[in-house]
Design a protein around this ligand. Structure first.
Ligand code: 9WN
Length: 425
């Protein structure tokens, strides 16, 4: 018998991780629904079952708060509340939402959802139209984007801000070391990490990081999830979140056109967000978009791959500079194909610790899209080929060493399988 193809194996992972209404990122380590994971999952799932991909996004938006926020975790009541820390008892979302089911976190994650919704629609327009997929989702996506532009413009500059490293999706990126160092950690004995039951401590954030994550999340919860910047010891204007919102607004223009709404406001949002990114964050000297600390004004993390992901924004006027950074000594993208999550030449670069160096498949997918968007077809092909080869060799790992391709973190990780499946189509 012939071995199953890469595509068949990726499909197998998505089927195994499906929980009836949504997909868990990884069975043991992350046994609930995560926000941006679901968007990436939908991009792959649409090739397996367009209906399931639609459900994935609908179930996430079913947990949306009335203020428009889409929580970063939607807890699965069928999974033990102790399976993941911090669980539902920590976040106490019902105190704010008044709803006990579903229990959620109160943080957010990068807004890839409109882009995923549009791509999901395109995979099977007939089923989507029959189910009223886009007309039902559109007002929810608008409320989500409004939450980000109104409540999360923490610096008053038009950029989108985050109040916790978990919101960046790149939890322990060295970019956050500076602002995090000001946060008094909760002592490690006061909480029990569940991630270390399933993953090696050398590949995860440290206990000190976790103590600070817990402090920030508890303070946010205790403020009733208030978004006033002075309430937050960690407040950062984030290029990844802002760029993905711009790309999402571009998708919203397409969605609006499809359902007979006015695409104009969405196009203007793309223009506004692009201008804010370039005027406020772009650094010509380093050819990247560093994040910015709202409290000190300091530029953070010149080395984060988040600074080159704005390639996903259509019509970005500084794309050539980002391409030079991507292919230069700090990322060596043309040579490696795999996108390091942090500057290879920085002393904090680490081949195997989470977001401090390893290559992630969702970031690779976004870069492929951004490179194609700006005409770098050859480089996009190089990245695609490297991602496929890495998955072929290492399996659908959560992340891989960008230099050797060795796999790390969770196995059978959903978004890895999903974006690989999409890249195969
Ligand atoms: C905290 C689920 C999530 C991803 C994030 C990734 C990791 C969580 C964790 O896993 O974060 O949200 O427990 O470490 O950093 O990007 O969405 O896959």
């Amino acid at each position: 018998m012939r071995a199953p193809t890469l595509g068949a194996r990726a499909t197998g992972v998505l089927l195994a991780n499906w929980r009836g209404q949504s997909t868990v990122p990884a069975a043991d380590l992350y046994p609930h629904q995560w926000s941006w994971d679901s968007a990436f999952v939908a991009l792959g799932l649409r090739h397996v079952s367009a209906r399931r991909a639609q459900r994935e996004l609908e179930s996430l938006f079913g947990a949306q708060w009335t203020d428009g926020r889409v929580p970063h975790i939607v807890f699965d009541p069928a999974s033990s509340p102790r399976a993941y820390f911090p669980g539902p008892d920590f976040w106490r979302s019902a105190d704010v939402t008044g709803r006990h089911r579903p229990a959620t976190s109160g943080l957010v994650q990068p807004p890839v959802h409109a882009l995923a919704a549009w791509e999901t629609f395109r995979a099977d327009p007939a089923t989507a139209r029959r189910r009223g997929f886009l007309p039902r989702l559109y007002p929810r996506l608008r409320a989500w984007h409004r939450y980000l532009t109104e409540r999360r413009d923490l610096g008053g500059t038009g950029l989108v801000g985050i109040v916790h490293p978990w919101e960046s999706g790149m939890d322990n990126s060295p970019a956050w070391d500076g602002p995090l160092s000001r946060v008094p950690p909760v002592p490690a004995r006061e909480f029990r990490r569940r991630d270390l039951d399933h993953a090696s401590a050398t590949e995860r954030p440290t206990d000190l990081d976790y103590g600070r994550y817990v402090r920030l999340a508890a303070d946010y919860r205790d403020s009733g999830y208030s978004d006033r910047p002075e309430r937050h010891s960690f407040a950062v204007e984030d290029p990844l979140t802002t760029a993905l919102l711009a790309a999402a607004e571009d998708a919203m223009a397409a969605i609006a056109t499809e359902i007979g709404a006015d695409p104009g406001p969405h196009r203007r949002e793309v223009d506004r967000l692009r201008a804010a990114l370039v005027d406020e964050l772009f650094d010509p000297a380093t050819g990247t978009f560093p994040a910015r600390d709202v409290h000190t004004g300091a530029a953070l993390g010149y080395g984060s791959v988040a600074g080159i992901v704005p390639l996903v924004v259509p019509g970005l006027p500084v794309a050539d500079a980002l391409l030079a950074t991507a292919t230069g000594p700090r990322f060596r993208l043309a040579e490696l194909g795999l996108p390091a999550s942090f500057d290879l030449t920085d002393e904090r670069f680490d081949t195997s610790r989470y977001w401090r160096g390893p290559a992630w498949f969702n970031i690779g997918w976004l870069l492929c899209r951004g490179l194609r968007e700006h005409g770098a077809i050859g480089l996009a092909g190089t990245v695609r080929g490297a991602l496929l080869r890495a998955a072929e060799r290492a399996g659908f790992r959560e992340y891989v060493d960008p230099l050797s391709g060795q796999g790390h973190g969770a196995k059978d990780f959903s978004w890895t399988a999903a974006v690989i499946l999409d890249l195969l189509h």
